[in-house]
Design a binder for this molecule. Structure first.
Ligand SMILES: *Cc1c(COP(=O)(O)O)cnc(C)c1O
Ligand code: SF4
Length: 346
C-alpha cells in the first residue's frame, strides 16, 4: 500500500514538487510538519500549476516568510488553556485536544506551531483533562480537536468518547476532523463504532474545495452519517483555492449534496507564513454576498473571524441591515436594492 509522504525528496520522487525545490522545502519541513496521504496525492492534478488540492497540502518556500501581523498563537488558545489538552474560552464548551498529530498537514493551519510537533496527551494528562470536564457542570459540550482526533486508534477514541458519554452534565460531543477527506480509508466500521454514544455526537469535517470530496471521501462521510451521526463542514476561505464565487458555490453545493451541512467559513487566521492564503475581509464579504439569493439556504455557512488574542469567533458579514429602531431600518435585498422597514409605532 502507498504510504504518506513526509519528506521533500519523497514529494519530488512522486512528481508532486520539482526536484530542484527539495533543499528549500527541506527547510520548510524542518519548521512545519508535512504529510501528504496517498488519497490526497491521488487527488492532485499535477498538470495544473494552480491545482487547488496541491496548494493546500504541498509545502512552499513562501511559508518561511512570517508577515509582521502574523502570530504564533493566532486565535489565543494559550490564553484559555486550563488543563492539559483543554482550551476553555466559552463557559458552555471546551476544546479537548488528545493528540497533536493530523493525517495531513495543511499549509495554512492556524495551529501550525503546535500540530505535528511532539506527542499528544499521555494517559495521566488525559485523565486530568477529563477530570477538568467532570468538575465543571457548566460544560455542556466537549469538542475533540487537535490535531485530529480521528487519527487515534479506535480503541483509544472509544475510551475518550465513552468517558465523555459518562459525564452527566455533558450533552454534546463534537469532533473536528479532516480524516474523512484526507485519509478516508481510516474511517473504518470500527472507527465509526468508537463514536457511538448516548449523548448527541456531531462530526464537523474540514473541506475547502469540491475536488476534495472524492468518491472515497464521500463514502467515508456516508459511513458516519449512516451511523446516525450528523456531519457538518467547516471551510477556510483560501486565496487560490476557493476565493471565487464559482469555487465557493461548487464546494458548498457538493457538501450539501453529500448530506453535509456547511457550518462555518473561516476567515484565514494570522498563522505564521500563511500570507499567500489570506484574502481581505472585504473580499470575504463580497464572496458571501455573491452566494445570498443565488444558492440554497442549506448551502450558506456563516463567515466567521476568530478575533486575534483569544476573544472568540464572530460573524463578519456582510451586513444587510442598516439604521436603527428609532430612525427606521434600511434593508438590502439579494439583488442589492434597498428597502425600508418601519420602526415600531406603538
Ligand atoms: C472555535 C472554538 C469553539 C467552538 O466554537 P463554536 O462557535 O461553538 O463552533 C470552542 N472553543 C474554542 C476555544 C474555540 O476556538
Ligand atoms: S487538519 Fe486541521 S489541525 Fe490538522 S493541519 Fe489541517 S488545519 Fe491544522
Amino acid at each position: 500500500m502507498a504510504k504518506t509522504l513526509r519528506r521533500a525528496a519523497e514529494l519530488a520522487a512522486a512528481g508532486l514538487v520539482p526536484a530542484g525545490s527539495v533543499p528549500a522545502l527541506d527547510q520548510v519541513a524542518a519548521r512545519y510538519a508535512v504529510a501528504v496521504t496517498p488519497a490526497v496525492a491521488a487527488a492532485i492534478d499535477t498538470s495544473d500549476p494552480n491545482d487547488p488540492v496541491a496548494r493546500q497540502y504541498l509545502p512552499s518556500p513562501a511559508e518561511l516568510a512570517t508577515a509582521p501581523e502574523e502570530r504564533a498563537d493566532p486565535i489565543g488558545d494559550d490564553v484559555h488553556a486550563k488543563a492539559p489538552g483543554i482550551v476553555h474560552r466559552y463557559a458552555d464548551r471546551v476544546l479537548l485536544k488528545p493528540t497533536h498529530a493530523c493525517a495531513v498537514y495543511c499549509r495554512f493551519c492556524f495551529r501550525r506551531e503546535v500540530v505535528g510537533q511532539g506527542p499528544g496527551l499521555n494517559p495521566g494528562e488525559l485523565a486530568q483533562a477529563l477530570d477538568y470536564i467532570r468538575a465543571d457542570p457548566a460544560i455542556w459540550e466537549a469538542i475533540l480537536t487537535g490535531g485530529d482526533p480521528l487519527v487515534l486508534a479506535p480503541r483509544r477514541l472509544r475510551e475518550i468518547v465513552g468517558a465523555l458519554d459518562a459525564v452527566a452534565h455533558l450533552q454534546v460531543i463534537r469532533l473536528h476532523t479532516r480524516v474523512p477527506i484526507a485519509d478516508p480509508a481510516r474511517v473504518t466500521p470500527a472507527l465509526v463504532r468508537a463514536l457511538r454514544a448516548e449523548k448527541a455526537v456531531f462530526v464537523v469535517v474540514h473541506a475547502n474545495h469540491a475536488r476534495e470530496l472524492t468518491p472515497d471521501a464521500r463514502a467515508a462521510c456516508r459511513r458516519i452519517l449512516d451511523a446516525g451521526i450528523p456531519v457538518l463542514a467547516q471551510s477556510v476561505l483560501l486565496k487560490g483555492v476557493n476565493d471565487t464565487p464559482d469555487a465557493l458555490e461548487a464546494l458548498l453545493r457538493a457538501l450539501v449534496a453529500a448530506r453535509i451541512k456547511p457550518y462555518y467559513l473561516h476567515h484565514a487566521d494570522l498563522a505564521p507564513g500563511t500570507a499567500q492564503f489570506r484574502t481581505t475581509l472585504a473580499e470575504g464579504q463580497r464572496l458571501m454576498r455573491s452566494l445570498r439569493g443565488r444558492v440554497s439556504g442549506l448551502c450558506q455557512p456563516s463567515y466567521v473571524l476568530d478575533v486575534p488574542g483569544g476573544h472568540g469567533k464572530v460573524p463578519v458579514g456582510p451586513r444587510y441591515l442598516f439604521g436603527d429602531e428609532t430612525a427606521g431600518w434600511t434593508i438590502e435585498d439579494p439583488q442589492g436594492r434597498t428597502h425600508g422597514y418601519p420602526p415600531r409605532e406603538s
